[in-house]
Design a protein around this ligand. Structure first.
Ligand code: TXA
Ligand code: MG
Length: 319
């Protein structure tokens, strides 16, 4: 494919050497690119470029008090912009590259533009595992600010098509790397001193964190400063959502799990990792169906199930 259609927004392009090169050039020039990660698709920009970062907020319709995650290629890069103490380094050593975001104090002379951290003294850092995102980091040489590539408040995208539909005419170039394997956003952990708090449950479970830390997490404060993006109504489909539904009415699209078949089953075997990979696609499909409402079967509330139930509660809370 030639580069002649560079100006067309929202066009999904199968990733490959040429498209990665083109995407990296756009990022270096201050543009945005939607890119797959192992969790969800991200809307990436150069984290040191104030204009580019402002464009992320504008494209998503995101409130400016809600800070962004900076994606880095490795621990050394993370240490050049954030202060990782012993515990943070142990978490990074175990779970990076992977679906864990660490919130740590900002480094001295951190080059990341102020809007990324929304005025906080901390910075959220993640070293992603997905080969496309990793190649983009390497090829661009940038540290990439990237929130999930959906309109603010909407369902996170796990396919290129979700990105195109959620951002519509605002969508930038989309690198299509197929469906995201994890399907649910990274676990966010704030580390301070020898303690840690889970700000957002995700694919890395509390039990896995405890095994590395040797202690249980402190309870996360629920105020907006602590986790500005964790407002209750989030990840929301446009229809009403009913939880713990063993059965559904005729005008509800039923998302099943385990023995509850549903119109679409997240995992007939009751496998929570498989269910996580399917959750947002199922919500997108339910939202697009002809049914007036959505009902979701009970999901086991442990391990990754805690993250699934967190997202579902937010999706079900009144808008
Ligand atoms: O899996 C993921 O984390 C995906 C992929 C693209 O990496 N990204 C993602 O970004 O979910 P976003 O922007 O949708 O969610 C980031 C969350 C928000 O809730 C934000 O408030 C929180 O991270 N966050 C960012 N910086 C923070 C900070 N310094 N302190 C506390 N929370 C922070
Ligand atoms: Mg998001």
């Amino acid at each position: 494919m030639s580069g002649s259609n560079d100006h067309i927004g929202g066009e999904a392009r199968r990733y490959g050497k040429a498209t990665i090169g083109e995407a990296a050039a756009r990022l270096r020039a201050g543009g945005l690119v939607a890119v797959p990660t192992e969790t969800v698709y991200g809307l990436a920009a150069d984290s040191t470029n104030a204009v580019a970062v402002a464009e992320i907020y504008r494209t998503k319709g995101r409130p400016d008090f809600n800070p962004l995650i900076v994606h880095v290629p490795d621990i050394a890069a993370a240490r050049s912009i954030g202060r990782l103490n012993g515990l943070a380094l142990r978490f990074a050593g175990e779970f990076w590259p992977g679906p864990l975001t660490l919130v740590v104090p900002k480094g001295k002379d951190c080059p990341v533009t102020a809007a990324v951290t929304a005025g906080l003294e901390t910075i959220a850092l993640r070293c992603p595992a997905h080969p496309v995102m990793r190649q983009l980091l390497e090829e661009s040489g940038l540290y990439l600010a990237a929130p999930s590539a959906n309109r603010s408040g909407g369902i996170s995208p796990t396919t290129a098509d979700h990105v195109a539909r959620s951002l519509g005419g605002n969508a930038p170039m989309i690198l299509d790397g197929g469906p995201c394997q994890r399907g649910i956003e990274s676990t966010i952990v704030a580390v301070a001193g020898g303690n840690y708090r889970i700000l957002r449950p995700g694919p890395v479970t509390q039990a896995q964190l405890e095994a590395i830390a040797g202690t249980a997490p402190l309870l996360a404060k629920t105020d907006l400063i602590e986790a500005p993006g964790q407002m209750l109504s989030h990840y929301a489909p446009s229809k009403s959502l009913r939880l713990d539904a063993e059965t559904a009415t005729a005008d509800e699209y039923h998302i099943g799990f385990g023995p509850v078949p549903g119109d679409r089953n997240l995992s007939p075997d009751g496998d929570l990792a498989e269910a996580a990979s399917q959750l947002f696609a199922a919500l997108h499909e339910a939202d697009a169906s002809s049914k007036a409402g959505i009902a979701v079967a009970p999901i086991t509330d442990n391990g990754i199930g805690i993250a699934l139930n967190d997202r579902l509660r937010r999706a079900a809370s009144p808008k």
